[in-house]
Design a protein around this ligand. Structure first.
Ligand code: ADP
Ligand code: MG
Length: 368
């Protein structure tokens, strides 16, 4: 029988990195979230050849101080979380300290960064695939950070081929996710550009640092979208859990009722106002973009009982205490586990029916 031995560190790093950065979408998501966590009010996302050649995210956030250069891209090094308990009151997008280290393993990765006090003198940092700092150079820069990814998955040939083969689908998902960030981030100027293989750079969409998600939606999807939207302001109540599972919320008081708010915008179920495509269905948990298939299903089903021929535009931010969900389900942080989800969904259906019933033009399909 062959001897059992430990996998070499370099190989472990590559295996794990492929779980954090699973596709083009994860790269974009991790970089944008880092910029938001750094307090940026201006975020520019740039692609060359739909990300196959280059993905770059530039922000005007806090920048990275020189004493953190060495540890910046090391695995499980983070400035955002230090104990497991911190996870239940997480205020940042990032917490695993894995994104940058994974990007080093899976692409040619470099960083240009500058603190406000050092502008216009910044540093360009380059890294080994292990995440170890290879070298720094002084460059001209403004306050903030630019992360550059070239040749994503070049060292994972199967995944690279898959990426190239599915680029159209991947690209649509990337745009969908970027639409989500652009719409949810208020007070942030957000822009996305793409330069095709042969051709000039085109700005695909941008927001203007608006104060409301409504204005962001206008910037991203056009003013016409607003004519079909009604505000979504639902308050759902979950019964308190009893017994030993009862816990304290982030304010530190004992939980009595758990309140969940769903805020955003949804199409009126009136007919003939233009079909909305499914990528205009956006879900968030406390401002964190995420796919919530069960919530999407509930929204669509209720909507369809009023208007079976169209799909709704949905922008729904589920706001709840950080104790009531878990984002640490998978390394790519895409799955969110919500406490008592089925009760929440029943409650949501009832509230949506009440909302649509209050619209006097929405005659239930069954009565037509
Ligand atoms: P995490 O976000 O989970 O902490 P990352 O690997 O994404 O892990 O980032 C590691 C650290 O690098 C972060 O904790 C943060 O301190 C720093 N960092 C990453 N991106 C930026 C950025 N755009 N601006 C400033 N600091 C950043
Ligand atoms: Mg991060």
């Amino acid at each position: 029988m062959a001897t059992i031995k430990a996998i070499e560190a370099r190989t472990v790093h590559q295996i794990q990195s492929g779980q954090v950065i699973v596709d083009l979408c994860s790269v974009v998501k991790e970089l944008v979230e880092n910029s938001v966590d750094a307090g940026a009010t201006n975020i520019e996302v740039r692609f060359k050849n739909q990300g196959l050649d280059l993905i770059e995210v530039q922000d005007n956030g806090a920048g990275i101080s020189p004493e953190n250069y060495e540890t910046l891209a090391l695995k499980h090094y983070t400035s955002k979380l230090s104990t497991y308990e911190d996870l239940t009151s997480l205020q940042t997008f990032g917490f695993r300290g894995e994104a940058l280290s994974s990007l080093c393993a899976l692409s040619k990765f470099s960083v240009t960064t500058c603190l406000a006090s050092d502008a216009p003198k910044g540093s360009k940092l380059e890294f080994e695939t292990s995440g170890k700092l290879r070298g720094t150079a002084v460059v001209a820069a403004q306050k903030g950070t630019t992360m550059t990814i070239e040749g994503l998955f070049n060292n994972l040939p199967v995944r690279r081929r898959e990426l190239e083969r599915n680029i159209k689908k991947e690209w649509n998902r990337v745009i969908g996710v970027l639409n989500q960030y652009a719409c949810i981030l208020t007070g942030v100027k957000f822009s996305v550009s793409q330069q095709p293989n042969k051709g000039k750079k085109i700005v695909l969409f941008s927001t203007k640092g608006n104060n409301t998600t409504r204005e962001n939606i206008v910037n991203v999807f056009g003013a016409k979208t607003l004519t079909v939207l009604i505000p979504l302001e639902l308050e759902l109540e979950l019964e308190p859990t009893s017994g030993p599972s009862q816990h304290r919320n982030t304010r530190g008081d004992e939980d009595s009722t758990k309140e969940v708010k769903i805020k955003g915008h949804v199409s009126r179920p009136a007919h003939g106002e233009g079909r909305q495509t499914p990528d205009r269905q956006m879900f968030f948990v406390n401002g964190r973009p995420c796919g919530l298939p069960q919530f999407a299903k509930a929204f669509n089903e209720v909507y369809k009982s009023y208007n079976s021929s169209q799909s709704p535009f949905i922008f729904a931010d589920i706001q709840l205490d950080t104790h009531m969900y878990d984002v640490n389900v998978s390394p790519d942080k895409r799955t969110i586990l919500l406490h008592d989800q089925s009760r929440l969904l029943d409650n949501l259906r009832e509230s949506l029916i009440a909302l649509f019933e209050a619209q006097d033009y929405s005659v239930p399909q069954s009565q037509l």
